[in-house]
Design a protein around this ligand. Structure first.
Ligand code: NAD
Length: 262
C-alpha cells in the first residue's frame, strides 16, 4: 500500500519522539535524527541514561513509563508544547522479560512484559495519533525477527507477534489519514538486551547487527512509501519487508479499515 506523496523521509526541523531512547537502538535513532536537524524527545523509564543521551545530543528527555497511557499522553504533549508539532514516532521501548511458561511462572512478570512490549505500542499510537494526522506523520514500531520464526524467547516472541499483527491490521485505516505505520523486525543487535547471551551467540556464529545498522533501516523505512510492513533487519542482508504469504479472502478488503465507531 503506497502512502500519499507528502509522506517522505525525515527532514530538518521535524519533530520526533523515540521511546526507549535512553540506550541501544533508541539512542542510535535519537542521534541519527538529531544529526538530520530534527527536534527529538527521548522517552524512557531510565532517567539517568535518558538524561545522558539528552545532554549528549541536545534532545529533550521526558521520564516515561511506556506501559502507562497517562505517561504516553504526557510525553506527546511535552513534545508538542515544546516544539509545536509531531512528525515521527518511534515506539521502540522493549524488554525480553523475566519469566517463562512452566515451573516458576511469574504472572506479574508476564503482565509487565505485555505492558512494556504491547501496551506501549497501543498507548503510544493512541496518544500520538491526533498530532500525526495533522502532519501526515509516521510511526515506526520496533518489533523483532523473533516474531517471524520460532524463538526460544517464547513470551517475548508472543508480544512482538502481537505488535506485528497490530501494525498490519491498523495501517490501512491510518493510511486514510495520511499516517504511515510500519514495524522494524531486527535480528540480533549489539545492545544491553543481548548482554547475557553474547558468548553463546558468538559460539553459534550468528551475525549481530550494530545499532547504526538499525538506525539505517529506520531511515530506509521512513523514506519508503509503503505502510503496514514488517521490515526484516538482519546484519547480513538488505532491509526489506517480510514476505508474508497471501491469504485471499473474497470481500475482506471491504472490511479492512472499518472501525466500530466509523
Ligand atoms: N537487541 C536485540 O537483539 C533486539 C532484537 C530485536 C528487537 N529488539 C527490540 O529493540 C527495542 C530496543 O531494545 P534494545 O536492544 O535497544 O535494548 P535496550 O535494553 O538497550 O533498550 C530498551 C530501552 O527500553 C527502556 N524501557 C524498558 N522498559 C521501559 C518502560 N516501562 N518505559 C519506558 N522505557 C522502558 C529501557 O530503559 C531501555 O532504554 C526493544 O523493543 C527490543 O525488544 C532488540
Amino acid at each position: 500500500m503506497a502512502m500519499p506523496e507528502n509522506n517522505t523521509a525525515f527532514r530538518a526541523g521535524q519533530v520526533a519522539l523515540v521511546t526507549g531512547g535512553a540506550g541501544g537502538i533508541g539512542a542510535a535513532v535519537v542521534e541519527r535524527l538529531v544529526a538530520r536537524g530534527g527536534h527529538v524527545v527521548v522517552a524512557d523509564i531510565d532517567t539517568e541514561r535518558g538524561e545522558a543521551v539528552a545532554a549528549r545530543t541536545g534532545a529533550l528527555f521526558v521520564r516515561t513509563d511506556v506501559g502507562s497511557l497517562t505517561d504516553n499522553e504526557a510525553v506527546v504533549e511535552a513534545a508538542v508544547s515544546r516544539f509545536g508539532r509531531l512528525d515521527v514516532v518511534h515506539l521502540n521501548a522493549g524488554t525480553t522479560g523475566r519469566t517463562a511458561i512452566g515451573d516458576g511462572f511469574a504472572p506479574d512478570s508476564y503482565r509487565a512484559l505485555v505492558s512494556v512490549n504491547l501496551d506501549s505500542v497501543v498507548f503510544g499510537i493512541q496518544a500520538a495519533l491526533p498530532h500525526l494526522r495533522r502532519t501526515h506523520g509516521s510511526i515506526v514500531v520496533t518489533a523483532s525477527a523473533a516474531a517471524l520464526r520460532p524463538s526460544i524467547e517464547v513470551l517475548y516472541s508472543a508480544t512482538k507477534s502481537a505488535v506485528i499483527g497490530l501494525v498490519r491490521s491498523l495501517a490501512p485505516s491510518l493510511h486514510r489519514d495520511g499516517v504511515s505505520l510500519n514495524a522494524l523486525c531486527p535480528g540480533l543487535v549489539d545492545t544491553p538486551l543481548i548482554a547475557g547471551r553474547r558468548t553463546a551467540i558468538a559460539e553459534a556464529g550468528i551475525a549481530v547487527a550494530s545499532t547504526e545498522q538499525v538506525a539505517d533501516a529506520f531511515e530506509t523505512v521512513l523514506g519508503d512509501s509503503r505502510t503496514g510492513q514488517a521490515w526484516l533487519v538482519m546484519a547480513d542482508r538488505p532491509v526489506a519487508p517480510f514476505p508474508f504469504a497471501e491469504l485471499p479472502v473474497p470481500g475482506a478488503e471491504k472490511l479492512i479499515g472499518h472501525t466500530p465507531s466509523g
